[in-house]
Write a protein that binds this ligand. Structure first.
Ligand code: ATP
Ligand code: MG
Length: 189
């Protein structure tokens, strides 16, 4: 059985917090791989954000030098919003020999009771919760809770900085910064 960590996210843009949690969980749980799963386009524009294509390319740039990280575009290739429970069901069908670990930050752990069909989902996949500044890692769900170095970095904060012409160097991988600059992403948000 291959042990595979899954890190779902909007990655709008991907940052060092994402890479750190993926690497820490990989190491602590002795996983074989971690797959990054960018979300698809929301059916209605919920907020100023870049296209799924741009987010996929930024994730690829972010992980390119890490051999145990890869990208899975299952959600991007589906129309409309994907629920995690549907994604996991599809992945289990496609990769019956993998054991999946779904990695979430503490902000997402707080929301678990509101996730679609959470009772089914919790039986299908092992959740791994990691600390995040300002959030408690408390839940009654049977998750693996891991202590990791906490980085106070969020995509929201990065978008704000870009809107205010502030530097995001050392918050995102250099390769991601290059994509953002080349394509002039986030300039009008
Ligand atoms: P946004 O501010 O747009 O919500 P984000 O920084 O939360 O962006 P997401 O793409 O929403 O990034 O997050 C994907 C996953 O990574 C989520 O489970 C989230 O909790 C986790 N995560 C993101 N940043 C951190 C961080 N700094 N520490 C711990 N977990 C994180
Ligand atoms: Mg988030």
């Amino acid at each position: 059985m291959k042990k595979v960590g899954l890190l779902g996210g909007t990655f709008d843009p991907p940052h060092l917090g994402h890479l750190l949690i993926a690497e820490e969980v990989y190491e602590q749980l002795k996983l074989d791989e971690v797959w990054f799963i960018p979300s698809g386009e929301p059916p209605h524009k919920e907020k100023a954000s870049v296209s799924a294509r741009d987010r996929v390319d930024m994730v690829e740039s972010a992980i390119q030098d890490n051999h145990h990280f890869s990208i899975n575009t299952i959600e991007v290739n589906r129309l409309g919003k994907s629920y995690t429970v549907d994604t996991i069901e599809a992945l289990l069908k496609e990769y019956p020999n993998n054991q999946f670990y779904f990695i979430i930050g503490a902000d997402m752990v707080e929301y678990l009771p509101k996730w679609s069909r959470i009772d089914k989902l919790i039986e299908q996949v092992q959740f791994v919760g990691v600390k995040r500044p300002d959030y408690e890692l408390n839940t009654t769900y049977p998750i693996i809770a891991l202590d990791i170095p906490e980085l106070a970095i969020s995509s929201t904060e990065i978008r704000k900085r870009l809107a205010n012409n502030r530097s995001i160097r050392y918050l995102v991988p250099e390769k991601v910064l290059e994509v953002i600059k080349e394509r002039k992403l986030y300039e009008s948000s």
